[in-house]
Design a protein around this ligand. Structure first.
Ligand code: PEP
Length: 256
């Protein structure tokens, strides 16, 4: 089954609004051609509306780095998915940095996923194991549990809008990536086959699953050559126009 790859740059807490807009304006024309790959950038909330305005009418989409499930209310510092709707196509949820530093729970990831889908947006649900879990041989069991918790109560029809990003925590920002083959094996057994059990073959085979963790132009081809990997969630390499452009070019060539 053909799945359109998606490359999403997660800028994390980088780029002021002026820098973010300048970057988006420089990047958009460079990646205008690769029609068989979806591409998106995720600025900070502070820069998000300005970047969305700058990218309107281009093929470069905007993602949010998080989004609260309640439409509005007494949630100091939060931004709701409802408020994000006019500006973004995707919302990243469950990133390991939020899980590790900001108490993001599986339960909240599930609430957010449902709110994102209810607003007609697409969640990118990040899952992945720690180094200790990896070394203890708990990767598949742990990632599987994160996938099951995140998808609880989500219909098969809504699954067409869901993207899952498998990001081993020990590979994020460390320069140490999983091998393409290993990432593919975990993605298949812990993510795609779990979705197959929860839903059916059609849902599992059409689900887009990204790899994330120190993806760079030098290792992108290895990841994109894997049958179960449908794109990448990218931190560091998304902060440079040349690197991010190269990642999109490679995805378009290898998956095209
Ligand atoms: C990420 O934060 O999602 C990520 C994959 O970061 P990096 O590419 O820098 O490892």
């Amino acid at each position: 089954m053909a799945r359109t790859p998606i490359i999403c740059g997660n800028w994390k807490m980088n780029k002021r609004p002026d820098e973010a807009v300048a970057f988006a304006r420089e990047l958009a024309p460079k990646v205008a051609e690769f029609g068989n790959v979806e591409r998106a950038v995720a600025p900070t909330f502070l820069a998000l509306t300005a970047v969305a305005d700058a990218l309107r009418g281009t093929a470069l989409q905007v993602a949010a780095q998080d989004g609260h499930w309640a439409a509005e209310g007494a949630y100091t510092s939060e931004v709701s998915v409802t408020m994000l709707r006019p500006y973004v196509s995707y919302v990243i949820i469950g990133h390991s940095e939020r899980r590790a530093y900001l108490n993001e729970s599986d339960e909240n990831v599930n609430r957010k996923a449902k709110a994102i889908l209810a607003e007609g947006l697409r969640p990118i649900i990040a899952v992945g194991e720690s180094l200790a879990q990896n070394e203890a041989g708990e990767t598949v069991e742990f990632v599987r549990s994160q996938v099951m918790a995140a998808l609880a109560g989500i219909s098969a029809a809504d699954m067409a809008e869901v993207v899952i990003a498998y990001e081993p925590i020990w590979a994020i920002g460390t320069g140490r990536s999983a091998s393409g083959e290993l990432a593919d094996r975990i993605i298949k057994s812990a993510v795609r086959d779990t979705v197959r059990e929860l839903y059916d073959d059609a849902v599992a085979d059409s689900l887009r699953i990204q790899y994330g963790g120190s993806v760079k132009p030098g290792n992108m081809e290895e990841f994109m050559s894997q049958p179960n990997i449908d794109g990448a969630l990218v931190g560091g390499a998304s902060l440079q126009v040349a690197d991010f452009t190269a990642l999109i070019e490679i995805a378009a060539r290898v998956k095209g």
